[in-house]
Design a protein around this ligand. Structure first.
Ligand SMILES: [Zn+2]
Length: 419
């Protein structure tokens, strides 16, 4: 499914003919249409805000969890287009059963808002509830209640995570969530406040505008929750060879405790970009989602979200969004075959494990290198963590010195992993 050079998506070709007819439209060209066709924007217009803030005071209040707050932010800015709120029972059932919304478009992970039974009782039959990020905090959004349903935890765990094992971090988060889900459209009063990565928090509308400003027609997105070592850099640059631009899009919502903190990762990306990436062909912005560790289902979900950010292509490596050994190495790539051509819109670029080969004298993968393990520089995540913790740089063929130094520095006085 690797796209060949020049194989731009239909949307880009259609846009090209529009541009020929009307060159003044060039600055507003789209790389690709959002999922479902329209980029959703749930933020209420400035002029209506004061009135809605006043209304919000009178509705029952619900404090949303950090994970759900990430989803709310994604919904608000259209990263989850075509969704316009937290999902109801029809979509929930359709997604678990068919990997599609009840209205048709592909979708693999339900986006729900949990309530405990007590919260549900307190809300009673209210038509609307006010969502808060913390007890006594400013209202974030108003949810127009359209339904309330009981989640099927076992079924959801099996369908999304492929397991009911409570050691799985996604299953565990699901277990901790409330039994009930409240559904409805959102009117968002303000985005959740952040004091980190402020200059990197581009909404889908903003990344799309930036791609247009740079004149990129085709853009490959790279999801990451890890520092970028040579193998990831190689894959990104292979992909960049066939498209106009690269969006490195690190996830900065909740991850499991032993992942490298986002702030450390961001310093690594900055060092890499400074030294090794062409500024006019590559950019970084952050993805506010929380990690699910849902492997294949999350690979599709990540791809759809990146399409909303304007990416035409999406890198899917080995064990994308995986954890432990819950998924097969290539499950997250194979799942793309289960959708009809064109259904997802975004083109997945599949990559194998890559490494430095001493005989090839360069980065390679099993697909391109005929040599054996003895010629390849491969280190386990555990080995890399041990080296960094001991203040030792991994071989330069494995990790850039600038990245290694940042990770070594971050490990001092911290037990965070750095694989
Ligand atoms: Zn080789």
């Amino acid at each position: 499914m690797l796209a060949i050079a020049g194989a731009a998506p239909d949307t880009a070709r259609d846009q090209a003919s529009v541009e020929e007819r009307n060159p003044t439209r060039m600055s507003t060209l789209e790389t690709i249409a959002p999922h479902g066709g329209t980029l959703v924007d749930l933020l209420v217009p400035e002029g209506d805000r004061a009135k809605l803030e006043e209304e919000a005071r009178h509705f029952p209040k619900v404090v949303v969890s950090p994970r759900e707050l990430s989803d709310l932010e994604m919904l608000a800015v259209g990263a989850l287009s075509p969704l316009t709120g937290f999902q109801g029972q029809a979509d929930y059932a359709a997604i678990l059963e068919t990997m599609h919304l009840s209205t048709g478009p592909a979708w693999t992970i339900p986006v729900t808002l949990s309530l405990t039974d007590d919260e549900a009782k307190r809300i009673g039959g209210a038509d609307a509830v006010t969502l808060l990020a913390e007890e006594g905090g400013e209202p974030i959004a108003i949810l127009e209640v359209s339904g309330l349903f009981r989640r099927d935890r076992e079924r959801e765990a099996d369908a999304v995570f492929g397991t009911q094992d409570l050691d799985h971090p996604g299953v565990q988060a699901l277990q901790e969530a409330g039994d009930l889900c409240v559904a409805g459209e959102l009117r968002v009063l303000r985005l959740p406040a952040h004091d980190d990565f402020v200059e990197y928090r581009l909404t889908p509308a903003q990344t799309r505008a930036e791609f247009a400003r740079r004149g990129w027609r085709t853009v490959v997105g790279f999801q990451t929750r890890n520092p970028i070592h040579r193998a990831h850099e190689y894959i990104q640059k292979c992909a960049l060879e066939i498209v106009d631009g690269l969006l490195v899009h690190p996830l900065v919502g909740a991850t499991k405790g032993d992942d490298v903190p986002a702030e450390v990762r961001m310093r690594c990306y900055e060092a890499l970009f400074e030294g090794y990436y062409p500024k006019d062909r590559a950019m970084v912005s952050v993805f506010p989602a929380a990690m699910r560790y849902a492997g294949p289902k999350e690979a599709i979900w990540h791809a759809i979200a990146r399409k909303n950010y304007g990416c035409t292509h999406f890198i899917v490596g080995r064990d994308h969004a995986g954890v432990g050994d819950y998924y097969g190495t290539y499950d997250a790539q194979k799942i793309f075959e289960r959708f009809e051509p064109g259904e997802l819109g975004i083109t997945p670029l599949m990559f194998e494990h890559s490494f430095w080969c001493n005989r090839c004298e360069g980065m390679a993968s099993p697909k391109t290198c005929p040599h054996g393990e003895q010629d390849r520089v491969s280190l386990s995540g555990t080995k890399v963590r041990d080296m960094l913790r001991a203040g030792e740089r991994p071989p330069i063929e494995f990790s850039r010195a600038e990245v290694a130094d940042i990770l070594i520095d971050a490990m001092r006085g911290s037990d965070a992993g750095a694989g």
